[in-house]
Design a protein. Structure first.
Length: 127
């Protein structure tokens, strides 16, 4: 199967040796997004809620560049430097997703790139 590299200027550029997403057949693997503003590559101003929203906006931009939307996400992984923010992730996630929700994991981590408080990646199936 042929793989297609997905890229959009509406999400942060990759800051390492990876692609924003890779499409293989109808499956799209979305790389981890932190709350960077695509225009400046700096962390979004504001609290953890602003960071969570920015991550969802970044994922949404990459999903759309791949020909889908967040509604096509079947698996979402959430990484938090403070698991007490998990209820807020649920609250904000409901603004971006509707039922049936994707499968999901939430993991507490010691640190994330650029001092971010949240990172998310996922798998999307088109069609």
């Amino acid at each position: 199967m042929q793989k297609q590299i997905i890229h959009t200027e509406l999400a942060p550029k990759a800051i390492g040796t990876y692609s924003q997403a890779v499409k293989v057949g109808d499956t799209v693997y979305l790389s981890g997004q932190i709350p960077l503003l695509p225009e400046t590559m700096t962390l979004v101003d504001g609290d953890i809620a602003a960071q969570i929203r920015r991550v969802f906006d970044n994922l949404q931009a990459v999903a759309e560049a791949a020909g889908g939307s967040l509604a096509d996400v079947v698996k979402l992984n959430v990484y938090l430097t403070d698991l007490s923010h998990f209820p807020l992730v649920n609250e904000i996630m409901a603004e971006y997703f509707s039922q049936p929700y994707p499968a999901r994991a939430a993991v507490g981590v010691a640190a994330l790139p650029r001092g971010a408080g949240v990172e998310m990646d996922g798998v999307m199936v088109l069609g």
